[in-house]
Design a protein around this ligand. Structure first.
Ligand code: URA
Length: 210
């Protein structure tokens, strides 16, 4: 009974938007995924955290950042004194993109078109409805979705980018930082420092948008 989502949604509440997103057919990623993994958290959050796309666990549970990357994010938020419950956590892309390999499903990076379509349909509307004080773009995919173009993480992290007109003409202040999964791939000897730097970015978010 649900028509394909081609026109951009104009929902008036996050609940309505989430319901629309559950039936999204705007790009092919819905076909192999279990379900749409929409954002989760406070509709009145001061901080919106944006990741890349759901992983295996997220695809199965329907919730963002509940797998290994989510556990790392939880630890970093706690170290930074940010209450996850007070934030809104979402992803640039709402369906899990993967390649089957035996019994495993191997994460595949979403392409530019998938990022852009999902941003226009869902992310822009989440940001419009929440109107947070601060957006934290975690990793290259989130940064691309937020700014509408490739944005280097290393050069742009560590400070607040003010009054940025985002890709969807929503205006927000933004912090760019690494994706928590990146920390899982950093060589052992550098991991503590990389984790600490991620925590510093989250502390900046906390003090900027308490
Ligand atoms: N990685 C992401 O970017 N998002 C999730 O929800 C889980 C892993």
């Amino acid at each position: 009974s649900h028509t394909p989502t081609t026109a951009r949604p104009t929902a008036r509440s996050l609940t309505a938007l989430r319901e629309e997103a559950a039936h999204c057919r705007a790009c092919p990623l819905w076909r192999n995924a279990t379900q749409t993994v929409f954002g989760e958290g406070r509709a009145t959050a001061r901080i919106v955290l944006i990741g890349e796309q759901p992983g295996d666990r997220e695809d199965l549970t329907g919730k963002p950042f509940v797998g290994p990357a989510g556990k790392l994010l939880d630890r970093a938020l706690q170290a930074a004194g940010v209450e996850r419950r007070a934030t809104y956590v979402t992803n640039a892309v709402k369906h899990f993109k993967f390649e089957p390999r035996g019994k495993r499903r191997i994460h595949k990076k979403p392409n530019e078109q998938e990022i852009s379509i999902c941003q226009q349909h869902w992310l822009d509307n989440e940001l419009r409805l929440i109107a947070p004080a601060l957006v934290v773009a975690m990793g290259a995919t989130a940064a691309r979705a937020v700014f509408g173009r490739a944005t280097a993480i290393g050069k742009n992290r560590g400070h607040v980018i003010k009054e940025k007109e985002l890709a969807g003409s929503v205006t927000a202040d933004v912090i760019v930082t690494v994706h928590p999964s990146y920390l899982l791939r950093v060589p052992d000897e550098d991991r503590d420092a990389a984790f600490q730097q991620f925590v510093e970015d989250l502390k900046l978010a906390r003090t900027y948008a308490p």
